[in-house]
Design a protein around this ligand. Structure first.
Ligand SMILES: *Cc1c(COP(=O)(O)O)cnc(C)c1O
Length: 441
């Protein structure tokens, strides 16, 4: 455009500003994903946000620059109220963060270059020397490794409880953690959960954890309280909303269902601003924010996340209906077919859908699993999950190979366990594929 097209003294205004309610009706996330947080008028009317490939942003005035840095450096809480430098934030990432927050009903969200960056920066922001982290088990192997092998080097201790733990078991672990913290001159700085656990799909009772945390006087509602964070990668954002059940911070590997096409790596956390601020501040220092191209791809993914997850969930239900009856199948770790009354009770209170990632227990061991995996024709043999395509893997010899054998057995990761992530292909085609592969077992 030429300079005389616009009068620089009158800022352009959007004739149709964003609406979030119509006639008192709050618009649903699926609707908001098409435009929330983006004003086309600020980008030449472009319907879709451009990708902002820039390292830095021009300040309107020196006073504005000062004000923005007050936000960045934490002199004022809540971050900068304008764009400063792309390690701190940038337009694509801000739109992404606004839209991610919508799904979990969170006040604020932060994007990262991977799920593990999100989780590591989150833990580092909360843990001081002498502190104790309490976590559920099993965790994603890299998360468990970060707590046990990295944070421990800086004098941060940890205790864990099994995913299905009862209130009494959680109470007992929190007591041990408090005793340890007073001995080491620190505090219980975070309760970190993962539900369902990978690859067994064991669910954590978030409400019981919150009640236990509050009863232990670890006061999450106060400024210095101990937040409950939860990795919601397996069921979020559609099938579980942990902030509604007492969690304070929700974490994602966006690489999985949210990205959904197995073509990017990214992560995020979401929650109240007061919980996000320390993490934002450390991210400002360390970097690790999602890049603009990946953020843009995630905006595209978020437009279809509900459609994709619904279809994958329906497919998984059909496939599991077939597998459950097959004579070569010993069992299924599928949330739509829970056998345990306590797990079913947690599911009924916390989950809105059974997901599309589950474990399949074959009759036999590693050899039978390998024959099955090698015979699959549609399902691809790869780790990861939540993509449009169906994937299958063998956790004991792949994702959980580094876990000690005793601990593997404790966690239920047996040699006859295959993990499957169902995609959005035709369900009957998938069933035909599993049927022919099972014949080779
Ligand atoms: C994949 C995954 C992660 C790690 O995410 P990356 O994006 O690979 O860093 C963390 N937690 C769970 C449950 C995962 O499945």
């Amino acid at each position: 455009m030429s300079d005389n097209d616009i009068d620089p003294t009158t800022p352009r205004k959007n004739p149709k500003p964003e609406v979030k309610t119509i006639g008192g009706r709050e618009l649903k996330p699926a609707t908001l994903m098409m435009g929330h947080g983006y004003d086309p008028v600020l980008s030449e009317g472009s319907l879709k946000p451009p990708i902002f490939l820039t390292s830095t942003f021009v300040f309107p005035s020196a006073a504005d620059g000062k004000r923005h840095f007050e936000g960045i450096t934490g002199k004022r809480p809540g971050g900068a109220d304008g764009l400063v430098y792309s390690r701190f934030n940038a337009p694509n990432q801000e739109i992404l963060e606004d839209r991610l927050a919508v799904w979990d009903g969170a006040e604020d969200a932060l994007s990262f270059s991977s799920g593990m960056t999100a989780i590591c920066v989150l833990m580092m922001a909360y843990a001081d020397q002498g502190d104790v982290i309490v976590h559920s088990g099993p965790l994603y192997a890299a998360s468990e490794g970060f707590v046990a092998k990295v944070l421990s080097r800086w004098g941060i201790n940890y205790f864990d409880f099994p995913a299905g733990a009862t209130r009494e078991q959680i109470d007992a672990v929190l007591e041990k953690a408090k005793a340890k913290a007073s001995e080491t001159g620190g505090k219980v700085c975070m309760i970190y959960l993962e539900s369902p656990g990978n690859p067994t799909n064991a669910l954590v009772d978030i409400e019981a954890v919150k009640d236990a945390r509050d009863a232990a006087g670890l006061g999450g509602s106060t400024e210095k309280g101990c937040p409950i964070a939860i990795d919601n990668t397996f069921l979020g954002p559609l099938w579980q909303r942990p902030l509604d059940h007492g969690a304070d911070i929700v974490c994602y590997s966006l690489t999985k269902y949210v990205g959904g096409h197995s073509d990017l790596v990214a992560g995020s956390i979401a929650g109240a601003k007061k919980w996000m601020d320390p993490v934002r501040s450390l991210r400002n220092t360390m970097g690790g924010i999602c890049d603009p191209n990946t953020a843009w791809m995630l905006l595209r993914s978020l437009e279809t996340v509900e459609l994709r997850m619904q279809r994958a969930g329906e497919n998984a239900e059909k496939v599991c209906g077939f597998l459950a009856k097959h004579p070569k199948v010993e069992g299924l770790g599928y949330l739509g077919m829970i056998k345990d009354a306590r797990q079913q009770d947690i599911y009924d209170r916390h989950c809105l859908g059974a997901g599309s990632t589950f474990s399949l227990l074959l009759k036999g061991g590693e050899a039978e699993c390998f024959r099955f995996l090698d015979a699959l024709k549609i399902a691809k043999l790869a780790v990861s999950l939540g993509g449009t395509e169906t994937l299958a893997s063998h956790p004991a010899s792949m994702t959980h190979l580094s876990v000690a054998e005793g601990r593997r057995a404790e966690l239920g990761i047996s040699d006859n366990l295959v993990r499957i992530s169902i995609g959005i292909e035709d369900a009957d085609d998938l069933i035909a594929d599993f049927e022919q592969a099972l014949e080779t077992v």
